[in-house]
Design a protein around this ligand. Sequence first.
Ligand SMILES: Nc1ncnc2c1ncn2[C@@H]1O[C@H](COP(=O)(O)OP(=O)(O)OP(=O)(O)O)[C@@H](O)[C@H]1O
Ligand SMILES: [Mg+2]
Length: 175
Amino acid sequence: MGEAPQWTIEVEAADAPATQRLAAAMAVQLRRGDVILLSGELGAGKTTLTQGLGRGLGVRGGIISPTFVLCRIHPALADGPDLVHVDAYRLGSSEEIDDIDLESTLASSVTVIEWGQGKAEHLSDSRLEIHLQRATGEDAGDEIVTDFEERDDADPRVVRISGYGPRWATPLSWD
Ligand SMILES: Nc1ncnc2c1ncn2[C@@H]1O[C@H](COP(=O)(O)OP(=O)(O)OP(=O)(O)O)[C@@H](O)[C@H]1O
Ligand SMILES: [Mg+2]
C-alpha cells in the first residue's frame, strides 16, 4: 500500500481521443489478472481512459460511467481477457469492495477500478495506478502548461502511470 512504485511514467494527452489512444496502446500490454486503479478528480477522464482500454483489449463496448451499477463486465470479443469496470466512488472501504466479489472475475479479466486507491490494493500483489489531472488551470503543475495554450479545442490531461509489484518489474512501453 504505502510501498514505492517500481516505476512511474508521465504522458500528456492533448484531448479525449488522445487519452483513449494512449489507453488502447497500453491495453495490448495487459493480460488476465492485471489490476488498474484510476484516480483523478470528477471529470478527469477515468471513464474515457477505460473506454480506450476496452477498445485496445477488444472487449464488447458500451463502457459508460457506472453511476448506479458499481461493476460491469465487458466480455472479450475474441481471445483476450474480459474487462471488469468498477466505480468505487461510493464505496467507503476495502470491505465494501470485497462485497462485490471481484475475486471471482480477477483471474480471467483486466480489472479497472475508478476511485480504487486506498480501497482495492489488497486484490492483487501487483497493480498499475493511473492518475489523471488537468494540465491547465489551478491544478496544473508548473512544467506542463505552455505547449497546449494556443489550441482552443484541446483540453489536455497529464496521465501519470505507476507500476507496483512483481508483475510490473518491466515498465509499460510505447515504442
Ligand atoms: N484529454 C482528455 N482526456 C480525457 N477526457 C477529456 C480530455 N479532454 C476532454 N475530456 C472530456 O472530459 C470528460 C471526462 O469525463 P470522464 O467521465 O471520463 O471522467 P471521470 O474521471 O470518469 O469522471 P467521474 O469521476 O465522474 O467518474 C469527457 O467528457 C471527455 O470527453
Ligand atoms: Mg468515471
